[in-house]
Design a protein around this ligand. Structure first.
Ligand code: DP6
Length: 362
């Protein structure tokens, strides 16, 4: 199976045949068991589990044509604005892929990308961005070599390619609940690519909601590259990796059984452990803000008082992801409006939920 991922068509296509465009929308995702720490080249130190979002996605249009010069060329614009700095990153990403996709060296690329969510929202744009790009690249391979890959294989390869650009992007090529990284006892899982969690999922978890409460936007967070690196010298890293491994295993069971109390226990502990790792790294990072803590306190108090199963998770930033089953949406809306709004920035919140995964437009 793994061999297939490195497989390339070998033969060079006739240049003139390889011209066209591919357009994909691919979602961001929110991790419930967090990936924080990696080894080797984009191999996670522990498994992670996320769900893909519905409204928060990147749309990427990749046009390609035979290369005019000796080296391939990449133009990249975001919201119609050229991004020379990001272009360099994409060129080095593409260079790293030439063993898998030799055709890259024979083409010129024009990439236009846009997000449905504001850049400053603290939503992981590398997950949606890199997964959308990986999907368009896998599409070129189909187009230029007339490949008829099975859909499962197509997405597995896209996940593998996305992972090489950004780890969390490996989970965004699928909708619903996705695991990346080998989970004990789950043979289908792999460090090399994400896999959709296909076994029975309890109905409460099929339509889970994520209201992203924007505490502070536009603040600089720690780059994930630096954050992951710092885990190499974090004194708690070993325990953390083993805790995450156990939590991933347990969460898969919980998604099946529908045990929301256990879901809340695992996922809130994951969020706080992620930030604990940042706080105990050298140098340390404190990304949560006073309002993050106020909101967490309110969520816990509201849950205790009302029994409504709302919980929180955090990404690498101060914003709070408020999680709950769809059945309590009206109650939670009221809770947000009356209790949480005063703690949010002027941008309020983004009302998102589990989504169906990427979509090919062209
Ligand atoms: C906190 O996927 O952004 O969002 O592989 O270096 O691109 P790179 O890291 P990235 O890390 C995401 C970290 C996280 C948790 C998660 O999504 O699992």
């Amino acid at each position: 199976m793994t061999d297939m991922l490195y497989d390339n068509p070998g033969l060079k296509f006739k240049n003139q045949d390889c011209i066209g465009e591919s357009v994909w929308q691919s979602p961001s995702n929110i991790a419930l068991v967090k990936y924080w720490g990696k080894k080797g080249f984009q191999i996670p130190s522990n498994p992670s589990i996320s769900f893909s979002l519905s409204k928060s996605f990147t749309e990427t249009r990749l046009s390609f044509q035979p290369a005019k010069g000796k080296d391939f060329n990449v133009k990249f614009s975001f919201n119609n604005n050229p991004q020379p700095d990001f272009e360099k990153k994409i060129i080095s990403y593409f260079k790293s892929l030439t063993k898998i996709f030799p055709f890259i060296e024979q083409l010129d690329f024009d990439i236009q990308s846009k997000n449905t969510f504001p850049h400053s929202a603290g939503i992981a744009s590398s997950a949606s961005g890199m997964s959308a790009l990986a999907l368009t690249l896998c599409d070129i391979e189909q187009h230029c070599f007339n490949k008829q890959t099975r859909l499962d294989d197509f997405f597995q390869k896209a996940s593998f390619i996305a992972r090489l650009g950004s780890g969390s992007a490996s989970r965004s090529v699928y909708g619903g609940w996705v695991a990346w990284g080998a989970i004990e006892g789950m043979e289908s899982t792999s460090d090399l690519y994400g896999v959709p969690i296909k076994n029975y999922i309890h109905s409460d978890f099929l339509n889970y909601q994520d209201s992203i409460l924007l505490v502070e936007t536009g603040t600089k967070t720690v780059s994930s590259r630096i954050g992951h690196d710092l885990m190499n010298s974090n004194p708690f890293a070993k325990v953390r990796f083993s805790q995450a491994g156990q939590n991933a295993k347990r969460l898969v069971e919980v998604l099946k059984s529908g045990d929301i109390d256990e879901f809340i226990r695992i996922t809130e502990s994951e969020a706080l452990s992620l930030h604990a790792m940042m706080m105990t790294s050298q140098p340390s990072f404190i990304l949560i803000k006073p309002q993050t803590i106020n909101i967490i306190d309110k969520i816990k108090a509201y849950r205790k008082e009302t029994g409504v199963p709302v919980s929180f998770t955090l990404d690498a930033g101060p914003n709070v992801h408020l999680l709950y089953p769809k059945s309590v949406k009206d109650l939670v809306k009221e809770f947000i409006n009356t209790d949480l709004m005063p703690h949010l920035s002027e941008n309020g919140f983004i009302d998102d939920e589990i989504g169906a995964g990427p979509r090919k437009l062209i």
